[in-house]
Design a protein around this ligand. Structure first.
Ligand code: DMJ
Length: 668
């Protein structure tokens, strides 16, 4: 114990501290009696100056206040400790005679991914437990124990304490009209323009009850691939159209951040919330649509308008709808043509449109594959002009002569409205998505628009009659081309969208032989990968029609042996797996992903298209990552590996031709 000694003769404004006689004498000093001590203390107190007494009193008062405060905090801590331990007692069965040393805070460890140790559940618990999926999944409240580690862009894990205020924030999340969880700070004010409040679909509530399906190892590998691609884009091409991963730079097509917008919904579906938020910020603050630039109507519709609409539906954030309305309006001048068949190009800053310099034709696939997006824009905004413009195109094409058993030529004139270059029929470039959108518009509109279905059914019959053959020696079913009555055994990789579309039609009640054809064709598309040295498909193959010794089914011409990281085969694998549950489709997709990793992955970040799929020792990287690799290829891979049919439920969503899911309209 300390006591205060009397001041020395001359006045000093400080206090000296010495031991009392009793203490100096050791423990025995205590025996000198309490009365002596009281008297001695009082005498000493009286000998102090006024200043010294005030200081001492102040010190005592200060200590007393501190004491009261710390007592209150201890009480709180005690309360929370006792609460926690009672929660634990509720959830964890106690082993008789043993009590857990500490209350459990972290989730139980899960099995490590041996193929991708850097993605093991222990390192990335968030990936497993807080998947941000589509609206029908998002209405499930995130688990309270899920947020343990945050990951910076380089993929480095950082400890993040499980904080009460964070949990509170999660619980305050708003359930949007479509059931998407919107963080309170991310929802923006509705625009003053007349974007109407869409109706809430009735299906949302039912799925609220389901438990999230954990992400599996193959899906984690897709997430890893996406992160690697995104790292390159972020570092060298942020806000630009495409990454050039080898030269660590970028290329511009429209100057509208194409890759970033194309990838928005993929990030959402893969659960990459931080990346999504960062990209969203760019859309909100840096996406400049008032720009003197010519854009291709079709490409900007499927990638930008489609990407924004889908991001809006998944996240519920109005900023995406505002931007969608903006770009949609800026594209409308394309329809100011004598025939109302749109021009291929629009200047979105000037409001002018024009065909390519060398012709007044547009491509048939381009003018008939913008409908899902413009129709949805009308549906959301209440402004009919978007849907009217694209419906008119479909009606006009429906009425045209010049088709061959439902098969359309590749070009249409913007002045006359007539098909041109008659006599050439393909399901590849320039015609492909015409067929896809016939079926998908019919599904989008609730299967009521009969003309669309008629044209689709007739076209598939035309395909069977004119374009379907079998190769030698393996008798692979393939789709060739017809040019002025001559059959060519040439098939674009682009045609591999067809098995998926056929399967989707069969799932929606169309004839079962469409599913049989789908199964045969996807086998062929897979062989276009499997029979090639790198295990990656070329852009175009030619099939052998006659058995010849030592010849494979698939022949590749030197000009066609590039691979652009295209999605069509994995897209179809996804549909086939969803509808049949046959795991071989997942295995085929897994092989393809591994070959992309082997031959197209650039170590510093990103993936590149390659020039030669036949040369595994030098596939000749092209130095370009197409936006659809993130928008489509990796998204379909992730969905293919998932066993969760509610992860973009195909009875509720229809994918546009750039893999952006849009809702199927509820019956009126
Ligand atoms: C994408 O832009 C779309 O899928 C389009 O319909 C066809 N081409 C590319 C992908 O290959």
């Amino acid at each position: 114990m300390y006591s205060v000694s009397p001041p020395p003769p001359q006045r000093r404004d400080f206090i000296s501290v010495t031991l009392s006689p009793g203490e100096a004498a050791g423990a025995g000093g205590y025996n000198n009696g309490k009365a002596w001590r009281r008297r001695s203390c009082w005498r000493k107190w009286k000998q102090l100056s006024r200043l010294q007494r005030s200081v001492i009193l102040f010190l005592f008062a200060f200590l007393a206040v501190c004491g009261v405060i710390s007592y209150t905090n201890m009480g709180e801590q005690w309360k929370s400790l006792t609460n926690k331990s009672s929660e634990n007692q509720n959830t964890e069965p106690e082993v008789p005679g043993l009590k857990p040393a500490n209350p459990a805070v972290l989730p139980a460890p899960q099995k490590a991914d041996t193929n991708y140790p850097e993605l093991s559940p222990q390192k990335h618990p968030k990936l497993l437990q807080v998947r941000r999926g589509p609206p029908n999944l998002q209405i499930r409240p995130p688990r309270r124990d899920a947020r343990v580690k945050a990951h910076n862009v380089a993929g480095k894990a950082e400890e993040e304490p499980v904080q009460a205020d964070k949990e509170e924030k999660t619980e305050k999340s708003i359930i949007s009209w479509r059931g998407a969880v919107i963080e309170p700070d991310q929802s923006t004010e509705p625009p003053s323009s007349k974007i109407k409040e869409p109706e809430k679909p009735s299906s949302v509530e039912v799925e609220d009850q389901k438990e999230p399906v954990p992400i599996n190892e193959r899906q984690m590998a897709v997430i890893e691939a996406f992160r690697h691609a995104w790292k390159g884009y972020k570092e060298f091409a942020w806000g630009h159209d495409e990454l050039k991963p080898l030269s660590k730079s970028y290329s511009e097509w429209f100057g509208l951040g194409l890759t970033l917008i194309d990838a928005l919904d993929t990030m959402w579906i893969l659960g990459l919330k931080e990346e999504f938020e960062e990209a969203k910020k760019w859309v909100a603050t840096d996406l400049q649509l008032d720009k003197n630039v010519d854009v291709n109507l079709f490409e900007s519709t499927i990638r930008i308008l489609g990407g924004l609409l889908s991001a809006y539906h998944l996240s519920g954030d109005i900023i995406f709808l505002e931007k969608a309305k903006d770009i949609g309006s800026r594209l409308m001048p394309a329809f100011n043509t004598p025939s109302k068949i749109p021009y291929s190009d629009v200047n979105i800053g000037r409001g002018t449109a024009h065909p390519p310099r060398w012709t007044s034709d547009s491509t048939v696939a381009e003018v008939t594959s913008i409908q899902l997006e413009f129709r949805e824009l009308s549906h959301l905004t209440g402004d009919e002009k978007f849907q009217k413009a694209v419906d008119m195109v479909m009606k006009h094409v429906h009425s045209l002569s010049g088709k061959n058993d439902g098969l359309v030529p590749m070009f249409i004139n913007t002045n006359s409205g007539q098909f041109t270059h008659l006599g050439v029929y393909t399901l590849g470039a320039r015609a492909d998505s015409y067929y896809e959108y016939l079926l998908k518009q019919w599904i989008q509109g609730g299967k009521k628009e009969n003309e669309l279905l008629e044209d689709y059914m007739r076209a598939i019959e035309g395909v069977k009659k004119h374009l379907l053959r079998r190769s030698e020696p393996k008798k692979l079913t393939f789709i060739g081309e017809l040019a002025h009555g001559h059959f060519s055994a040439k098939m674009d990789h682009l045609v591999c969208f067809l098995p998926g579309t056929l399967a989707l039609g069969a799932h929606n009640g169309l004839t079962a032989d469409h599913m049989e054809l789908a199964k045969a064709l996807i086998e062929t598309c897979y062989q276009m990968y499997a029979q090639v040295e790198t295990g990656l498909s070329p852009e175009i193959v030619h099939f052998n029609l006659h058995a010849q010794k030592d010849h494979k089914d698939v022949e590749i011409k030197p000009a066609d042996r590039h691979n652009l990281l295209r999605p069509e085969t994995v897209e179809s694998l996804f549909y086939l797996y969803r509808f049949t549950g046959d795991k071989k489709y997942q295995d085929w997709g897994w092989e393809i992903l591994q070959n992309f990793n082997k031959y197209t992955r650039v170590p510093s970040g990103g993936y590149t298209s390659i020039n030669n799929v036949q040369n595994p020792s030098n596939p000749e990287p092209r130095d370009k990552m197409e936006s659809f690799f993130l928008g489509e290829t990796l998204k379909y891979m992730f969905l293919l590996f998932s066993d969760d049919i509610d992860l973009i439920n195909l009875d509720k969503y229809v994918f546009n031709t750039e893999a952006h899911p849009l809702p199927i309209w509820a019956p009126a």
